[in-house]
Design a protein around this ligand. Structure first.
Ligand code: ZN
Length: 338
């Protein structure tokens, strides 16, 4: 499974796994070989408000679709891995709660999938699935102590310690986006105040720009948002910054600063060898990340900062399905070795 130990098998006898990335807005499904190559994939909308059976039916439809596309029978699938947005217990495969899938509460997802498809199934948190994707096939290959963060509308993450994903007591570890950065900061979706994602995410960046525009600040940002303040997004602000808008540049640098404060905390707590950064917001690149690394360097322990390497996530949107598939393969092999 690991990069150095590739399975050599004639075509058709490979251990194929089915990876599923179940998110609040979309379901990504893929058939994956042990080298992390995707044989076929499918994307569908998550019927999040239509109830549990509708979501499960969508997963099954998507599964049949990828099997057909790759001309693979379900009997040829070795195991199934499901990465799901929310808190689930990897041991029991029960999804407790998912903020983006409110209809799915206390669902025995693993058992349902096993029953419907007749294949061993393993359930993991979606951020942890993405971490494993990067670990086995992406930017974190060969690293033993690393942290993965996704800078997006929120901030997600995962922690690998001594080559193993750290899931905590109930599978809720790695919620890096909800560490408090400013105790008087903006209210977060989680109910707390001043969480990292309220200050350093794409949503935070857009909120600050909207605020300044409404105050009457002179900026060209609106021109990139069809003149509608509600259409101001991180992407819009980035476009304005690339064309020299000083407010856009200032706000991106400020977001970078807050990213750096959180990075310094993570570096001091975990002393990672590597921090992998993914998510749409990180595509802004140097304008955002240079101030982030500068701030992290100023705030973290010098030796710990010097020991850390930063890398961009390598798998993009496929990290979750690839990681879920890899997780399933690893877990099912463990069972066979017992
Ligand atoms: Zn929070």
């Amino acid at each position: 499974m690991h990069a150095g130990a590739r399975t050599k098998m004639p075509k058709g006898l490979e251990l194929l796994t089915l990876g599923i990335d179940l998110g609040g807005s979309k379901i990504l499904t893929a058939i994956v070989n042990p080298r992390g190559e995707i044989l076929s994939s499918d994307e569908s909308i998550t019927p999040a408000t239509k109830g549990r059976e509708a979501v499960i039916q969508s997963i099954l439809n998507s599964t049949h679709h990828v099997l057909k596309k790759a001309s693979v029978a379900i009997s040829e699938i070795y195991a199934i891995g499901v990465g799901v947005a929310g808190i689930s217990n990897p041991e029991t495969g029960i999804l407790f709660t998912s903020p983006n899938l409110p209809e799915l509460r206390d669902v025995p997802l693993r058992d349902i999938m096993q029953e419907r498809l007749g294949k061993k199934t393993f359930v993991i948190n979606d951020a942890n699935a993405a971490v494993l994707g990067e670990f086995y096939f992406g930017a974190a290959q060969g690293a033993h102590n690393f942290i993965y963060i996704t800078l997006s509308t929120g901030i997600g993450g995962g922690i690998v310690i001594d080559g193993k994903i750290y899931t905590g007591a109930i599978g809720a570890a790695g919620e890096v986006g909800h560490m408090t950065i400013d105790d008087n900061g903006p209210i977060c979706n989680c109910g707390n105040r001043g969480c990292w994602e309220t200050l350093a995410s794409g949503t935070a960046l857009a909120r600050e720009a909207k605020h300044r525009i409404k105050e009457g600040f002179r900026t060209s940002i609106l021109e990139y948002a069809e003149g509608d303040v509600e259409k101001v997004t991180a992407q819009v602000i980035h476009s304005a910054a690339k064309h020299g808008d000083s407010l856009a540049k200032e706000l991106i640098a400020q977001t970078g600063y807050y990213i750096g404060v959180g990075l310094a905390n993570l570096i001091n707590i975990f002393n990672p060898e590597l921090i992998v950064i993914g998510g749409g917001l990180s595509n802004i690149g140097d304008m955002l990340l240079k101030p982030a690394f500068k701030t992290a360097g100023e705030r973290a322990y010098k030796e710990a900062f010097q020991a850390v390497r930063f890398a961009s996530a390598g798998l993009g949107r496929n990290s979750g399905v690839l990681g879920a598939a890899a997780f399933a393969l690893k877990e099912v092999r463990k069972l066979h070795c017992k």
